[in-house]
Write a protein that binds this ligand. Structure first.
Ligand SMILES: NC(=O)c1ccc[n+]([C@@H]2O[C@H](COP(=O)([O-])OP(=O)(O)OC[C@H]3O[C@@H](n4cnc5c(N)ncnc54)[C@H](OP(=O)(O)O)[C@@H]3O)[C@@H](O)[C@H]2O)c1
Length: 269
C-alpha cells in the first residue's frame, strides 16, 4: 500500500456516484468504507467494506464510525454523498416530504460532520468532501426542495471552510452536473404532481439530462485528485461542458437573462 493511501468513509455507496467512487478509490490503494441503509440487500463489494448506516439515525452513524476507528485507528477522509431527490410543484409537496429531503441531504451531512470533526481535530488532520450539486448553485424548477437542500450544503460548506481555516481539517465540495445513476429512478414524486402538464414537460427534460449524463467514475477520479492536494479549493464543479458553463454564467450574467436561459432549457414556457 502506498504512503498516500487514506482511510476513507463515503456515505451512500450501494449505487451511483458512491459505488463508482468507492470502487475507484479502493483500486487506487485507499482503505474505503462505504455505507448503505440495507447493506445485506447488495452483493458484497469488491475491494472495500460496506457498513450499515442511515444518515438520519445518530446511533447507526456512531456505530459505523466506531468500527472504522477500531479497525484502522484513524479516519482521513469523509465524503458526504448519501442523498436523494424529490420533485414536483411546491403546492404538491408536503411539509413532511420537504423535511425528509432535508433530514437526509442536509442534516445527514451535518450529523456526519459533527461526528467526525472531534476525531479529525484530535488527529490534527482530515478532509471532508461534501457532494453538493449544480442544483445547489442554480435553483431548479420543480426541484425546489432538492435545490434548497443543496443550497444549504453550499452555505454550510462555505461557512465551515472559514471556520476550519486555522485547523488542519480541510473542507471542500463537489458540484456535479447530470450523472447517470439510480438517482433518477429513486426520485420521489407526489402523485398529484403528475396532474400538471408543465411539471411533466420539465420532468421529461430533467430525466433525459440524467439518463444521458456522465459516468460517475469521473467523480471518483476527481475525489482522488482532491485527496492528493495539499490545499483543496472550496468548490469543484464537474460534469458536461454546458453544465460547467452554466455554473460559471450564473455568476457572470444578469439574473433575469440567466434565469430565462434555464427556464427555456427546462421547457417552463
Ligand atoms: N446523479 C446526478 O446527476 C447527481 C447530480 C448532482 C448531485 N448528485 C448527488 O450525488 C449524491 C449521490 O447520488 P447518486 O446520483 O449516486 O444517486 P443514487 O445512485 O440513488 O445513490 C444514492 C445513495 O444514497 C444512499 N442514501 C439515500 N438515502 C440515504 C439515507 N437516509 N441514509 C444513508 N444513505 C442513503 C443510497 O443508499 P441506500 O439506499 O442503500 O441506503 C444510495 O447509495 C447525492 O447526494 C445526489 O444529490 C447526483
Amino acid at each position: 500500500m502506498s504512503d498516500n493511501s487514506k482511510v476513507i468513509l463515503i456515505t451512500g455507496t450501494s449505487s451511483g456516484i458512491g459505488k463508482a467512487s468507492s470502487e475507484y478509490l479502493a483500486q487506487q490503494g485507499h482503505t474505503v468504507f462505504g455505507t448503505s441503509r440495507y447493506p445485506g440487500s447488495y452483493p458484497k463489494p469488491d475491494g472495500y467494506t460496506i457498513l450499515q448506516m442511515d444518515v438520519t439515525d445518530d446511533t447507526s452513524i456512531q456505530n459505523a464510525i466506531n468500527q472504522i476507528i477500531e479497525n484502522e485507528g484513524k479516519l482521513d477522509v469523509l465524503i458526504n454523498n448519501a442523498g436523494f431527490g424529490i420533485a414536483g410543484a411546491i403546492e404538491h409537496t408536503s411539509i413532511d416530504k420537504a423535511k425528509e429531503q432535508f433530514e437526509t441531504n442536509f442534516f445527514g451531512t451535518v450529523r456526519l460532520i459533527k461526528s467526525v470533526l472531534p476525531i479529525m481535530r484530535k488527529q490534527d488532520a482530515g478532509l471532508i468532501i461534501n457532494i453538493s450539486s449544480i442544483g445547489g448553485i442554480i435553483g431548479l424548477p420543480y426541484q425546489s426542495m432538492y435545490s434548497a437542500s443543496k443550497f444549504a450544503i453550499e452555505g454550510l460548506t462555505e461557512s465551515l471552510y472559514k471556520e476550519l481555516h486555522s485547523s488542519k481539517v480541510q473542507i471542500t465540495m463537489i458540484e456535479p452536473g447530470d450523472f447517470k445513476t439510480s438517482f433518477t429512478e429513486k426520485r420521489e414524486i407526489p402523485k398529484n404532481a403528475n396532474q400538471s402538464k408543465a411539471f411533466q414537460n420539465t420532468l421529461q427534460v430533467i430525466e433525459n439530462d440524467e439518463n444521458t449524463g456522465q459516468n460517475p467514475i469521473l467523480i471518483g477520479k476527481l475525489i482522488n485528485k482532491i485527496i492528493n492536494k495539499s490545499n483543496p479549493r472550496l468548490r469543484y464543479t464537474v460534469g458536461a461542458f454546458d453544465q460547467k458553463l452554466a455554473a460559471l454564467l450564473k455568476r457572470l450574467l444578469p439574473n433575469r437573462f440567466f434565469d430565462w436561459i434555464i427556464m427555456k432549457h427546462y421547457k417552463v414556457f
